[in-house]
Write a protein that binds this ligand. Sequence first.
Ligand SMILES: [Zn+2]
Length: 66
Amino acid sequence: MFKNIIAPIQAWLLSQGRCVGCGTPLGSGKKVKGKDSTYKVTCRCGRIFIYDSKTKKYRRALFEEV
Ligand SMILES: [Zn+2]
């Protein structure tokens, strides 16, 4: 039940460019250039996200990307 509540909040945080775990703006995280137009962003809490500079959107990193 709680997952159904948390998922929309996480999606909203990501759409705001914020970490789903701690809410920190990912723009202040450590960015590493990845393949194509993507960047790997590591939040200060250790969560890893992928930023796509084409769509200007963040998403959670897939297991094989970490
Ligand atoms: Zn975080």
